[in-house]
Design a protein around this ligand. Structure first.
Ligand SMILES: *[C@@H]1O[C@H](CO)[C@@H](O)[C@H](O)[C@H]1NC(C)=O
Ligand SMILES: *[C@@H]1O[C@H](CO)[C@@H](O)[C@H](O)[C@H]1NC(C)=O
Ligand SMILES: *[C@@H]1O[C@H](CO)[C@@H](O)[C@H](O)[C@H]1NC(C)=O
Ligand SMILES: *[C@@H]1O[C@H](CO)[C@@H](O)[C@H](O)[C@H]1NC(C)=O
Ligand SMILES: [Zn+2]
Length: 454
Protein backbone atom coordinates (compact mmCIF):
# COMPACT_ATOMS: atom_id res chain seq x y z
CA UNK A 1 0.00 0.00 0.00
CA UNK A 2 1.53 3.38 -0.93
CA UNK A 3 2.33 5.47 2.13
CA UNK A 4 1.03 8.73 0.62
CA UNK A 5 -2.51 7.49 1.24
CA UNK A 6 -1.80 7.96 4.92
CA UNK A 7 0.32 11.06 4.48
CA UNK A 8 -2.42 13.56 5.55
CA UNK A 9 -2.67 15.23 8.94
CA UNK A 10 -5.14 14.40 11.66
CA UNK A 11 -6.27 10.86 12.15
CA UNK A 12 -2.65 9.86 12.94
CA UNK A 13 -1.66 6.72 14.73
CA UNK A 14 -4.61 4.44 14.00
CA UNK A 15 -4.28 5.00 10.25
CA UNK A 16 -0.53 4.71 10.41
CA UNK A 17 -1.02 1.30 11.96
CA UNK A 18 -3.70 0.29 9.53
CA UNK A 19 -1.64 -1.26 6.73
CA UNK A 20 0.28 -3.29 9.25
CA UNK A 21 -2.99 -4.45 10.83
CA UNK A 22 -4.38 -5.55 7.47
CA UNK A 23 -1.23 -7.45 6.70
CA UNK A 24 -1.15 -9.12 10.11
CA UNK A 25 -4.83 -10.09 9.83
CA UNK A 26 -4.31 -11.51 6.36
CA UNK A 27 -1.27 -13.41 7.62
CA UNK A 28 -3.35 -14.91 10.40
CA UNK A 29 -6.09 -15.93 7.98
CA UNK A 30 -3.30 -17.21 5.80
CA UNK A 31 -2.06 -19.43 8.60
CA UNK A 32 -5.55 -20.80 9.10
CA UNK A 33 -6.08 -21.50 5.42
CA UNK A 34 -2.49 -22.61 4.92
CA UNK A 35 -1.98 -19.81 2.43
CA UNK A 36 -0.48 -16.52 3.50
CA UNK A 37 -1.84 -13.29 2.01
CA UNK A 38 1.34 -11.34 2.84
CA UNK A 39 3.42 -14.05 1.33
CA UNK A 40 1.48 -13.68 -1.88
CA UNK A 41 2.24 -9.99 -2.09
CA UNK A 42 5.98 -10.54 -1.50
CA UNK A 43 5.91 -13.25 -4.15
CA UNK A 44 3.87 -11.05 -6.50
CA UNK A 45 6.29 -8.20 -6.04
CA UNK A 46 9.26 -10.47 -6.60
CA UNK A 47 7.69 -11.98 -9.71
CA UNK A 48 7.49 -8.47 -11.07
CA UNK A 49 10.92 -7.41 -9.81
CA UNK A 50 13.01 -10.56 -9.42
CA UNK A 51 16.13 -10.26 -7.32
CA UNK A 52 19.63 -9.43 -8.51
CA UNK A 53 21.79 -10.58 -5.58
CA UNK A 54 25.27 -9.16 -5.03
CA UNK A 55 27.21 -12.06 -3.55
CA UNK A 56 27.21 -15.84 -3.49
CA UNK A 57 30.13 -18.23 -2.85
CA UNK A 58 28.78 -21.34 -4.57
CA UNK A 59 31.99 -21.59 -6.60
CA UNK A 60 34.00 -21.77 -3.37
CA UNK A 61 31.83 -24.68 -2.23
CA UNK A 62 32.36 -26.41 -5.58
CA UNK A 63 36.09 -26.09 -4.97
CA UNK A 64 35.96 -27.29 -1.36
CA UNK A 65 33.53 -30.16 -1.87
CA UNK A 66 34.38 -31.37 -5.38
CA UNK A 67 37.62 -29.67 -6.40
CA UNK A 68 35.55 -27.99 -9.12
CA UNK A 69 34.42 -31.28 -10.70
CA UNK A 70 31.06 -30.03 -11.82
CA UNK A 71 30.07 -33.50 -13.05
CA UNK A 72 29.96 -34.73 -9.44
CA UNK A 73 27.04 -32.53 -8.51
CA UNK A 74 23.53 -31.80 -9.71
CA UNK A 75 23.06 -28.08 -9.28
CA UNK A 76 19.28 -28.37 -9.52
CA UNK A 77 19.16 -29.82 -6.03
CA UNK A 78 22.09 -29.69 -3.61
CA UNK A 79 20.61 -30.43 -0.22
CA UNK A 80 23.88 -29.94 1.67
CA UNK A 81 24.19 -26.35 0.42
CA UNK A 82 22.04 -23.24 0.75
CA UNK A 83 22.14 -22.58 -3.00
CA UNK A 84 20.80 -24.62 -5.90
CA UNK A 85 18.76 -23.89 -8.98
CA UNK A 86 15.41 -25.02 -7.51
CA UNK A 87 15.82 -22.81 -4.48
CA UNK A 88 17.10 -19.84 -6.52
CA UNK A 89 13.86 -20.20 -8.51
CA UNK A 90 11.75 -20.49 -5.35
CA UNK A 91 13.44 -17.38 -3.93
CA UNK A 92 12.83 -15.33 -7.11
CA UNK A 93 16.56 -14.89 -7.61
CA UNK A 94 16.81 -13.97 -11.28
CA UNK A 95 20.44 -12.89 -11.24
CA UNK A 96 23.35 -13.77 -9.03
CA UNK A 97 26.81 -12.30 -8.80
CA UNK A 98 28.99 -15.37 -8.22
CA UNK A 99 32.30 -14.76 -6.50
CA UNK A 100 35.52 -16.12 -7.96
CA UNK A 101 37.27 -16.17 -4.62
CA UNK A 102 40.52 -17.74 -3.49
CA UNK A 103 41.86 -17.72 0.06
CA UNK A 104 44.40 -15.10 1.06
CA UNK A 105 46.97 -17.83 1.73
CA UNK A 106 47.33 -17.98 -2.06
CA UNK A 107 48.55 -14.38 -2.23
CA UNK A 108 52.04 -14.27 -3.79
CA UNK A 109 51.69 -17.95 -4.66
CA UNK A 110 49.14 -19.27 -7.13
CA UNK A 111 46.29 -16.81 -6.50
CA UNK A 112 45.99 -15.92 -10.19
CA UNK A 113 45.78 -19.55 -11.33
CA UNK A 114 43.30 -20.47 -8.62
CA UNK A 115 41.18 -17.45 -9.53
CA UNK A 116 41.23 -18.51 -13.20
CA UNK A 117 39.98 -21.93 -12.09
CA UNK A 118 37.15 -20.30 -10.13
CA UNK A 119 36.23 -18.16 -13.13
CA UNK A 120 36.30 -21.31 -15.23
CA UNK A 121 33.98 -23.23 -12.94
CA UNK A 122 31.50 -20.33 -12.82
CA UNK A 123 31.62 -20.04 -16.61
CA UNK A 124 31.10 -23.79 -16.93
CA UNK A 125 28.22 -23.89 -14.48
CA UNK A 126 26.52 -20.94 -16.17
CA UNK A 127 26.86 -22.35 -19.69
CA UNK A 128 26.33 -26.08 -19.07
CA UNK A 129 23.06 -25.62 -17.16
CA UNK A 130 20.10 -24.60 -19.30
CA UNK A 131 18.57 -22.66 -16.42
CA UNK A 132 21.61 -20.41 -16.12
CA UNK A 133 23.11 -17.80 -18.42
CA UNK A 134 26.38 -15.93 -18.16
CA UNK A 135 25.87 -12.18 -18.64
CA UNK A 136 28.44 -9.43 -18.96
CA UNK A 137 26.36 -6.28 -19.51
CA UNK A 138 23.39 -4.46 -18.04
CA UNK A 139 21.53 -5.11 -21.28
CA UNK A 140 22.28 -8.85 -21.06
CA UNK A 141 21.13 -8.81 -17.45
CA UNK A 142 17.82 -7.16 -18.35
CA UNK A 143 17.18 -9.62 -21.18
CA UNK A 144 18.21 -12.81 -19.40
CA UNK A 145 14.81 -13.78 -17.95
CA UNK A 146 13.49 -16.54 -17.77
CA UNK A 147 17.03 -17.79 -17.21
CA UNK A 148 18.96 -17.05 -14.05
CA UNK A 149 21.70 -14.62 -14.99
CA UNK A 150 25.21 -15.18 -13.68
CA UNK A 151 27.61 -12.30 -13.17
CA UNK A 152 31.21 -13.03 -12.26
CA UNK A 153 32.96 -11.02 -9.54
CA UNK A 154 36.48 -11.52 -8.25
CA UNK A 155 36.66 -11.25 -4.48
CA UNK A 156 39.97 -9.79 -3.39
CA UNK A 157 42.71 -7.73 -5.01
CA UNK A 158 45.26 -10.45 -4.24
CA UNK A 159 43.71 -12.27 -7.23
CA UNK A 160 45.27 -9.81 -9.70
CA UNK A 161 48.75 -10.02 -8.14
CA UNK A 162 49.16 -6.23 -8.55
CA UNK A 163 48.97 -6.53 -12.33
CA UNK A 164 46.67 -4.40 -14.46
CA UNK A 165 47.20 -6.88 -17.31
CA UNK A 166 45.66 -9.60 -15.18
CA UNK A 167 42.83 -7.21 -14.31
CA UNK A 168 42.15 -6.60 -18.00
CA UNK A 169 42.35 -10.31 -18.79
CA UNK A 170 39.78 -11.02 -16.09
CA UNK A 171 37.52 -8.52 -17.84
CA UNK A 172 37.98 -10.42 -21.09
CA UNK A 173 36.88 -13.58 -19.29
CA UNK A 174 33.64 -11.91 -18.26
CA UNK A 175 34.48 -10.58 -14.80
CA UNK A 176 32.47 -7.42 -14.19
CA UNK A 177 33.31 -6.61 -10.57
CA UNK A 178 36.34 -6.87 -8.32
CA UNK A 179 36.52 -6.37 -4.56
CA UNK A 180 39.73 -4.44 -3.82
CA UNK A 181 40.57 -6.77 -0.93
CA UNK A 182 39.44 -9.86 0.88
CA UNK A 183 40.77 -10.41 4.41
CA UNK A 184 44.37 -9.56 3.43
CA UNK A 185 46.05 -6.33 2.47
CA UNK A 186 47.51 -6.12 -0.98
CA UNK A 187 50.49 -3.86 -1.70
CA UNK A 188 47.97 -1.23 -2.82
CA UNK A 189 44.79 -1.72 -0.77
CA UNK A 190 43.99 -2.30 2.85
CA UNK A 191 41.59 -4.88 4.26
CA UNK A 192 39.05 -4.37 7.03
CA UNK A 193 40.58 -7.46 8.60
CA UNK A 194 43.92 -7.66 10.38
CA UNK A 195 43.92 -11.46 10.39
CA UNK A 196 46.61 -11.97 7.73
CA UNK A 197 50.14 -10.61 7.96
CA UNK A 198 50.58 -9.59 4.31
CA UNK A 199 51.88 -6.08 3.80
CA UNK A 200 51.47 -4.94 7.37
CA UNK A 201 52.39 -1.30 7.77
CA UNK A 202 54.99 -0.21 10.23
CA UNK A 203 53.74 -0.48 13.81
CA UNK A 204 50.55 -2.05 12.50
CA UNK A 205 49.21 1.38 11.70
CA UNK A 206 46.91 -0.01 9.10
CA UNK A 207 44.17 2.54 9.28
CA UNK A 208 45.79 5.45 7.48
CA UNK A 209 45.42 4.46 3.90
CA UNK A 210 46.67 7.23 1.67
CA UNK A 211 48.45 8.97 4.50
CA UNK A 212 51.06 6.48 5.67
CA UNK A 213 51.13 4.46 2.49
CA UNK A 214 53.94 5.48 0.22
CA UNK A 215 53.18 7.11 -3.07
CA UNK A 216 53.55 4.03 -5.29
CA UNK A 217 50.93 2.26 -3.18
CA UNK A 218 48.46 5.07 -3.63
CA UNK A 219 49.32 5.37 -7.31
CA UNK A 220 48.64 1.67 -7.80
CA UNK A 221 45.35 1.88 -5.93
CA UNK A 222 44.31 4.82 -8.07
CA UNK A 223 45.44 2.98 -11.20
CA UNK A 224 43.36 -0.09 -10.32
CA UNK A 225 40.23 1.96 -9.67
CA UNK A 226 40.74 4.07 -12.79
CA UNK A 227 41.40 1.02 -14.94
CA UNK A 228 38.22 -0.60 -13.62
CA UNK A 229 36.33 2.62 -14.49
CA UNK A 230 37.84 2.54 -17.99
CA UNK A 231 36.94 -1.12 -18.53
CA UNK A 232 33.44 -0.88 -17.07
CA UNK A 233 34.06 -3.08 -14.04
CA UNK A 234 32.20 -2.38 -10.81
CA UNK A 235 34.49 -1.48 -7.91
CA UNK A 236 33.43 -3.49 -4.86
CA UNK A 237 34.42 -2.11 -1.45
CA UNK A 238 33.14 -4.95 0.74
CA UNK A 239 36.10 -6.23 2.80
CA UNK A 240 38.13 -3.04 2.25
CA UNK A 241 39.19 -0.94 5.23
CA UNK A 242 37.24 2.26 5.69
CA UNK A 243 40.24 4.32 4.61
CA UNK A 244 40.69 2.32 1.44
CA UNK A 245 36.95 2.61 0.79
CA UNK A 246 37.12 6.37 1.35
CA UNK A 247 40.07 6.70 -1.03
CA UNK A 248 38.37 4.58 -3.71
CA UNK A 249 35.13 6.55 -3.37
CA UNK A 250 37.13 9.72 -3.96
CA UNK A 251 38.91 8.31 -7.03
CA UNK A 252 36.10 6.44 -8.78
CA UNK A 253 34.33 8.24 -11.61
CA UNK A 254 31.61 5.58 -11.59
CA UNK A 255 29.31 4.40 -8.80
CA UNK A 256 30.79 1.67 -6.60
CA UNK A 257 29.13 -1.06 -4.57
CA UNK A 258 29.51 -2.79 -1.27
CA UNK A 259 28.41 -6.16 -2.66
CA UNK A 260 27.86 -7.81 0.73
CA UNK A 261 28.10 -5.51 3.75
CA UNK A 262 25.60 -4.28 6.33
CA UNK A 263 25.19 -1.27 8.62
CA UNK A 264 27.82 -0.57 11.25
CA UNK A 265 25.33 1.52 13.25
CA UNK A 266 23.14 -1.56 13.75
CA UNK A 267 25.99 -4.06 14.27
CA UNK A 268 29.46 -2.65 14.86
CA UNK A 269 31.43 -5.26 12.96
CA UNK A 270 34.45 -4.05 10.98
CA UNK A 271 32.96 -5.62 7.80
CA UNK A 272 29.98 -3.27 8.02
CA UNK A 273 29.69 0.26 6.69
CA UNK A 274 29.55 3.28 9.02
CA UNK A 275 27.12 6.14 8.31
CA UNK A 276 29.93 8.49 7.33
CA UNK A 277 30.91 6.14 4.48
CA UNK A 278 27.24 5.71 3.56
CA UNK A 279 27.06 9.46 2.94
CA UNK A 280 30.12 9.25 0.69
CA UNK A 281 28.48 6.30 -1.09
CA UNK A 282 25.36 8.36 -1.71
CA UNK A 283 27.41 11.19 -3.21
CA UNK A 284 28.98 8.54 -5.47
CA UNK A 285 25.47 7.26 -6.45
CA UNK A 286 26.66 3.82 -5.34
CA UNK A 287 24.95 0.90 -3.68
CA UNK A 288 25.21 -1.10 -0.46
CA UNK A 289 23.91 -4.64 -0.83
CA UNK A 290 23.01 -5.86 2.66
CA UNK A 291 24.80 -9.02 3.83
CA UNK A 292 22.53 -11.52 5.63
CA UNK A 293 25.24 -13.35 7.63
CA UNK A 294 24.16 -13.37 11.29
CA UNK A 295 27.57 -12.20 12.47
CA UNK A 296 27.20 -8.97 10.45
CA UNK A 297 23.47 -8.61 11.17
CA UNK A 298 23.37 -9.12 14.93
CA UNK A 299 27.09 -9.33 15.85
CA UNK A 300 26.50 -12.92 16.97
CA UNK A 301 25.58 -16.40 15.81
CA UNK A 302 21.85 -15.86 16.23
CA UNK A 303 19.78 -13.36 14.30
CA UNK A 304 16.27 -12.94 13.00
CA UNK A 305 14.57 -11.24 10.07
CA UNK A 306 13.52 -8.33 12.22
CA UNK A 307 17.15 -7.32 12.87
CA UNK A 308 17.93 -7.76 9.17
CA UNK A 309 15.10 -5.34 8.42
CA UNK A 310 16.59 -2.91 10.97
CA UNK A 311 19.67 -2.68 8.72
CA UNK A 312 17.48 -1.88 5.72
CA UNK A 313 15.47 0.70 7.68
CA UNK A 314 18.60 2.35 9.00
CA UNK A 315 20.36 2.61 5.64
CA UNK A 316 17.17 3.90 4.04
CA UNK A 317 16.87 6.55 6.73
CA UNK A 318 20.49 7.65 6.25
CA UNK A 319 20.89 7.60 2.45
CA UNK A 320 17.56 6.52 0.91
CA UNK A 321 16.10 3.31 -0.48
CA UNK A 322 17.68 4.00 -3.88
CA UNK A 323 21.09 3.17 -2.38
CA UNK A 324 20.14 -0.25 -0.98
CA UNK A 325 20.37 -3.74 -2.43
CA UNK A 326 20.80 -7.33 -1.23
CA UNK A 327 24.03 -9.36 -1.18
CA UNK A 328 23.08 -12.52 0.70
CA UNK A 329 26.58 -14.06 1.06
CA UNK A 330 25.14 -17.58 0.98
CA UNK A 331 27.88 -20.24 0.88
CA UNK A 332 30.29 -17.60 2.15
CA UNK A 333 29.23 -17.79 5.77
CA UNK A 334 27.94 -20.32 8.28
CA UNK A 335 25.05 -18.81 10.22
CA UNK A 336 22.07 -17.11 8.70
CA UNK A 337 19.09 -15.60 10.50
CA UNK A 338 16.15 -17.75 11.41
CA UNK A 339 13.83 -17.77 8.40
CA UNK A 340 16.60 -16.82 5.94
CA UNK A 341 18.53 -20.10 5.92
CA UNK A 342 18.90 -20.47 2.18
CA UNK A 343 18.35 -18.70 -1.15
CA UNK A 344 14.68 -19.71 -1.32
CA UNK A 345 13.90 -17.50 1.69
CA UNK A 346 14.37 -14.00 0.26
CA UNK A 347 10.57 -13.46 0.02
CA UNK A 348 10.39 -13.61 3.84
CA UNK A 349 12.69 -10.59 3.98
CA UNK A 350 10.63 -8.70 1.41
CA UNK A 351 7.52 -9.58 3.39
CA UNK A 352 9.06 -8.04 6.51
CA UNK A 353 9.98 -4.87 4.61
CA UNK A 354 6.41 -4.66 3.29
CA UNK A 355 5.20 -4.90 6.88
CA UNK A 356 7.50 -1.98 7.63
CA UNK A 357 5.80 0.11 4.95
CA UNK A 358 8.48 -0.02 2.32
CA UNK A 359 6.82 1.12 -0.90
CA UNK A 360 6.66 -1.01 -4.03
CA UNK A 361 8.97 1.34 -5.95
CA UNK A 362 11.48 1.27 -3.09
CA UNK A 363 11.47 -2.53 -3.03
CA UNK A 364 11.70 -2.69 -6.82
CA UNK A 365 14.90 -0.69 -6.39
CA UNK A 366 16.24 -2.90 -3.62
CA UNK A 367 15.48 -6.04 -5.59
CA UNK A 368 16.97 -5.04 -8.94
CA UNK A 369 16.50 -1.50 -10.27
CA UNK A 370 19.21 0.05 -8.08
CA UNK A 371 21.80 -2.46 -9.23
CA UNK A 372 20.77 -2.04 -12.87
CA UNK A 373 21.12 1.73 -12.50
CA UNK A 374 24.63 1.36 -11.05
CA UNK A 375 25.71 -1.14 -13.71
CA UNK A 376 24.38 1.10 -16.49
CA UNK A 377 26.18 4.09 -15.05
CA UNK A 378 29.42 2.10 -14.81
CA UNK A 379 28.99 1.25 -18.50
CA UNK A 380 28.27 4.89 -19.35
CA UNK A 381 31.51 5.96 -17.64
CA UNK A 382 33.30 3.23 -19.62
CA UNK A 383 31.87 4.68 -22.84
CA UNK A 384 32.93 8.18 -21.84
CA UNK A 385 36.46 6.91 -21.26
CA UNK A 386 36.62 5.01 -24.55
CA UNK A 387 39.34 7.36 -25.81
CA UNK A 388 41.62 6.51 -22.87
CA UNK A 389 44.38 3.98 -23.45
CA UNK A 390 44.94 1.00 -21.13
CA UNK A 391 47.00 1.97 -18.11
CA UNK A 392 50.64 0.90 -18.05
CA UNK A 393 51.16 1.72 -14.40
CA UNK A 394 53.26 -0.98 -12.78
CA UNK A 395 53.87 -1.63 -9.15
CA UNK A 396 57.51 -1.36 -8.07
CA UNK A 397 59.06 -4.81 -7.51
CA UNK A 398 60.08 -3.87 -3.94
CA UNK A 399 56.40 -3.34 -3.09
CA UNK A 400 55.51 -6.87 -4.14
CA UNK A 401 57.18 -9.18 -1.66
CA UNK A 402 56.67 -12.13 -3.96
CA UNK A 403 59.44 -14.75 -4.19
CA UNK A 404 57.68 -16.37 -7.14
CA UNK A 405 57.95 -13.29 -9.35
CA UNK A 406 60.34 -13.31 -12.21
CA UNK A 407 62.52 -10.24 -12.79
CA UNK A 408 62.42 -10.13 -16.56
CA UNK A 409 64.86 -7.25 -16.92
CA UNK A 410 67.47 -9.35 -15.19
CA UNK A 411 66.60 -12.28 -17.44
CA UNK A 412 67.08 -10.13 -20.51
CA UNK A 413 70.63 -9.38 -19.41
CA UNK A 414 71.32 -13.09 -18.87
CA UNK A 415 69.84 -13.95 -22.23
CA UNK A 416 72.26 -11.73 -24.16
CA UNK A 417 75.20 -13.42 -22.47
CA UNK A 418 73.91 -16.89 -23.25
CA UNK A 419 72.69 -16.37 -26.76
CA UNK A 420 76.09 -16.88 -28.45
CA UNK A 421 76.38 -20.34 -26.87
CA UNK A 422 72.86 -21.40 -27.74
CA UNK A 423 72.49 -23.28 -31.01
CA UNK A 424 70.24 -21.33 -33.39
CA UNK A 425 66.80 -22.79 -33.78
CA UNK A 426 64.15 -22.03 -36.36
CA UNK A 427 62.55 -18.72 -35.33
CA UNK A 428 59.01 -19.74 -36.10
CA UNK A 429 59.11 -22.40 -33.42
CA UNK A 430 61.29 -20.64 -30.97
CA UNK A 431 60.99 -17.18 -29.44
CA UNK A 432 64.29 -15.72 -28.20
CA UNK A 433 63.22 -15.95 -24.53
CA UNK A 434 62.14 -19.54 -24.52
CA UNK A 435 64.94 -21.87 -23.38
CA UNK A 436 65.97 -19.66 -20.48
CA UNK A 437 62.49 -18.70 -19.45
CA UNK A 438 61.38 -22.32 -19.42
CA UNK A 439 64.27 -23.16 -17.13
CA UNK A 440 63.52 -20.22 -14.86
CA UNK A 441 59.82 -21.04 -14.84
CA UNK A 442 60.55 -24.62 -13.94
CA UNK A 443 62.73 -23.44 -11.06
CA UNK A 444 60.10 -20.93 -9.93
CA UNK A 445 57.37 -23.55 -10.05
CA UNK A 446 59.54 -25.93 -8.10
CA UNK A 447 60.26 -23.30 -5.42
CA UNK A 448 56.60 -22.33 -5.28
CA UNK A 449 55.46 -25.92 -4.94
CA UNK A 450 57.79 -26.33 -1.97
CA UNK A 451 56.34 -23.36 -0.11
CA UNK A 452 54.05 -24.49 2.73
CA UNK A 453 50.33 -23.93 2.26
CA UNK A 454 48.67 -22.94 5.53
C1 LIG B 1 16.32 -32.77 -3.47
O1 LIG B 1 16.94 -33.97 -3.03
C2 LIG B 1 16.48 -34.43 -1.76
C3 LIG B 1 17.27 -35.63 -1.36
O2 LIG B 1 18.47 -35.75 -2.04
C4 LIG B 1 15.01 -34.72 -1.86
O3 LIG B 1 14.54 -35.11 -0.58
C5 LIG B 1 14.26 -33.48 -2.31
O4 LIG B 1 12.91 -33.77 -2.50
C6 LIG B 1 14.84 -32.94 -3.60
N1 LIG B 1 14.20 -31.67 -3.92
C7 LIG B 1 13.85 -31.33 -5.14
C8 LIG B 1 13.25 -29.96 -5.28
O5 LIG B 1 14.00 -32.04 -6.09
C1 LIG C 1 56.99 3.09 14.60
O1 LIG C 1 57.41 3.04 15.94
C2 LIG C 1 58.74 3.50 16.13
C3 LIG C 1 59.11 3.29 17.59
O2 LIG C 1 58.03 3.53 18.43
C4 LIG C 1 58.82 4.96 15.71
O3 LIG C 1 60.15 5.43 15.87
C5 LIG C 1 58.38 5.10 14.26
O4 LIG C 1 58.35 6.46 13.87
C6 LIG C 1 57.01 4.50 14.06
N1 LIG C 1 56.67 4.52 12.65
C7 LIG C 1 55.50 4.92 12.19
C8 LIG C 1 55.33 4.86 10.71
O5 LIG C 1 54.61 5.31 12.90
C1 LIG D 1 30.48 -2.80 19.69
O1 LIG D 1 29.38 -2.63 20.55
C2 LIG D 1 29.48 -3.41 21.72
C3 LIG D 1 28.20 -3.27 22.52
O2 LIG D 1 27.20 -2.63 21.80
C4 LIG D 1 30.68 -2.96 22.53
O3 LIG D 1 30.82 -3.78 23.68
C5 LIG D 1 31.93 -3.08 21.67
O4 LIG D 1 33.04 -2.55 22.34
C6 LIG D 1 31.75 -2.33 20.36
N1 LIG D 1 32.88 -2.61 19.51
C7 LIG D 1 33.47 -1.67 18.81
C8 LIG D 1 34.59 -2.11 17.92
O5 LIG D 1 33.15 -0.49 18.86
C1 LIG E 1 14.89 -10.62 17.00
O1 LIG E 1 16.13 -10.48 17.66
C2 LIG E 1 16.19 -9.33 18.48
C3 LIG E 1 17.62 -9.18 18.97
O2 LIG E 1 18.18 -10.40 19.30
C4 LIG E 1 15.20 -9.47 19.59
O3 LIG E 1 15.23 -8.33 20.44
C5 LIG E 1 13.81 -9.60 18.99
O4 LIG E 1 12.87 -9.83 20.01
C6 LIG E 1 13.76 -10.73 17.98
N1 LIG E 1 12.51 -10.64 17.27
C7 LIG E 1 11.77 -11.70 17.01
C8 LIG E 1 10.52 -11.43 16.26
O5 LIG E 1 12.11 -12.81 17.31
ZN1 LIG F 1 33.15 -11.93 1.41
Amino acid sequence: MPSWIFGGSGSGSFWMQFPRLVVILSSLSGLVSGFSGTDVSAHDLMSKYPLIDGHNDLALKLRILHNNRLSQINLHNVSKLATDISRLRAGHVQAQMFAAYVVCQAQNKDAVMLTLEQIDVIRRMCTEYEDLELVTSAEGLKNSSPKIACLISVEGGHSIDSSLSVLRTFYQLGVRSIALTHTCNTPWAESSSTHHKFYQRENNSLTYFGKLFQSNTLLMNQAVVEEMNRLGMIVDLSHSSWDTAKAALKISKAPVIFSHSSSYSICNHSRNVPDQLLHALKRNRGLIMVNLYSEFIACGKEANISVVADHFDHIKRVIGAESVGIGGDYEGAANFPQGLEDVSKYPALIQELLLRNWREDELAGVLRMNFLRVFEEVERVRDELSGTLPSEVQISPQKVQNACRLDLSHLRGQLRGHQSHTPTLPRAHHGPLEPQSLLVWATVLLICSLLPLY
